[in-house]
Design a protein around this ligand. Structure first.
Ligand code: HEM
Length: 407
């Protein structure tokens, strides 16, 4: 596939703001997406493990992790949409071709995701409080975990097939016979997928440190349970660090020839340093983990490490497509649209900021208080402001639509 052909597949309308904005936002939002995915996978595995233990602390942890996993799936879905939008804007020739080649799987993705989420809820329905009752129907959670991994595998294949334009024709018309069915998943790298999935161990460990710290903020919470969580988090972090480095190294040695440059690039060094720093950080903090806000720091450092990994993943794509196929994602035709660009950032900063601040504060404070929680008048005002801003946003959306339509 030559560069001219790839360029011809671009949207002739161009992009509404400089492509670098889409590139950077793609990396940042993908890091958020994968963090939520990894929390969800890690929490599901801890739930499953805890559900088979007699130890009351394990059962309490299983209850908490099931609640975490349920929320993490919805966060993963919501923040998965953002990189989906960014990738299809600047890499549309690659993303859409990859999607069309595996079209049935792209549609199945939604159905499998729904089934996986329902299976998780079916488990929850049967086990609303694992801490107080014997486990029932654990297979629901096994199925949920399996289906979530299938969903991730589909996303992996779609991302990976993008990088192999030289094979598209062979997949579309094997032996010269056109197969437009879209039933195949053609290009994949088991080691790359394993790396992103196994990172879940370190991420859930970082999450456990934060969970511990959060419980410490609650008055008269069980100190013995909080103490029990600490060595578990440390052990998981150590195992997660080893798994990340080992699976990452395996991915690098199995890179195809045109991507081999990546293995010795600064991106890999930066990622390795960031991941190792995140893995050793809790050890470094020692007893300070229990002081002030330090208990949350491992998760913050882990988030930075994930952004570095996300940037390296993007560099692999950008440089491979530029070097091997002559496609420069940053020379997309610019058709500047100030209104949509400003609207995007204002929505993100103002609406997103206010609504999220309200929801997170309510959830946080409700979780930290015992008995019935009543938000303060200031927080209630913030809630009203959130609703007002949402209404204003919807009104301006339709107003500008009608204005453009009527002109
Ligand atoms: C809930 C189960 C999910 C799992 C386990 C999962 C896992 C993954 C993994 C491992 C990758 C990296 C693939 C690679 O680079 O090799 C990925 C990428 C991606 N995921 Fe997810 N994902 C899930 C759900 C979703 C959902 C629901 C969406 C969208 C609504 C989504 C959107 C994306 C996008 C757009 C990418 C690629 C971004 C890019 O190439 O720039 N994912 N996901």
């Amino acid at each position: 596939m030559d560069a001219a052909m790839l360029y011809a597949l671009r949207d002739p309308a161009g992009v509404p703001a400089h492509p670098v904005i889409f590139l950077v936002l793609g990396v940042l939002t993908w890091a958020l997406h994968i963090a939520a995915v990894q929390v969800m996978l890690g929490a599901s595995v801890l739930t499953l493990f805890g559900a088979f233990q007699q130890n009351p602390y394990w059962r309490r942890l299983a209850t908490a992790m099931l609640a975490t996993a349920k929320i993490a799936v919805s966060v993963a879905i919501v923040v998965g949409v953002a990189p989906l939008l960014f990738v299809q804007v600047i890499y549309d020739p690659f993303w859409y071709t990859s999607n069309v080649l595996s079209a049935r799987w792209v549609i199945a993705f939604i159905v499998i995701l729904i089934a996986g989420y329902l299976a998780m809820y079916a488990f929850y329905y049967r086990n609303p409080n694992l801490a107080a009752q014997p486990t029932r129907g654990a297979w629901h959670l096994v199925i949920s975990l399996g289906l979530m991994l299938v969903v991730g595998w589909i996303m992996h294949v779609l991302s990976y097939q993008m990088l192999l334009p030289e094979q598209w024709m062979a997949w579309y018309a094997p032996n010269g016979q056109i197969d437009p069915s879209g039933r195949g998943l053609h290009g994949y790298s088991v080691t790359r997928f394993a790396f992103f999935i196994l990172l879940s161990v370190a991420v859930i460990a970082a999450w456990l440190f934060a969970y511990r710290r959060y419980l410490m903020g609650r008055k008269d919470d069980d100190a013995a349970y909080i103490a029990w969580l600490l060595p578990l988090a440390h052990r998981l972090m150590l195992a997660g660090g080893v798994l990340a480095v080992a699976s990452g190294a395996l991915w690098l040695v199995t890179l195809p020839e045109k991507m081999a440059w990546f293995a010795s690039s600064g991106w890999v060094w930066a990622s390795a340093i960031a991941l190792l720093a995140a893995a050793f950080f809790p050890r470094l903090l020692g007893s300070r983990l229990d002081q002030a806000g330090w208990g949350y720091a491992p998760f913050a450092v882990g988030a930075v490490a994930l952004i570095v990994v996300g940037a390296a993943r993007e560099a692999l794509r950008f440089v491979t497509l530029l070097g091997a196929h002559g496609y420069n994602a940053l020379d997309y035709k610019l058709n500047l649209d100030w209104y949509s660009t400003v609207l995007f950032f204002v929505t993100f900063a103002v609406l997103g900021g206010v609504v999220l601040a309200y929801l997170l504060t309510v959830a946080w404070q409700a979780g930290q208080s015992k008995g019935i929680y009543t938000p303060s008048p200031a927080l209630t005002r913030l809630g009203n402001l959130s609703i007002g801003l949402l209404v204003l946003w919807i009104v301006q959306y339709f107003a500008i639509g009608f204005y453009v339509w009527a002109r």
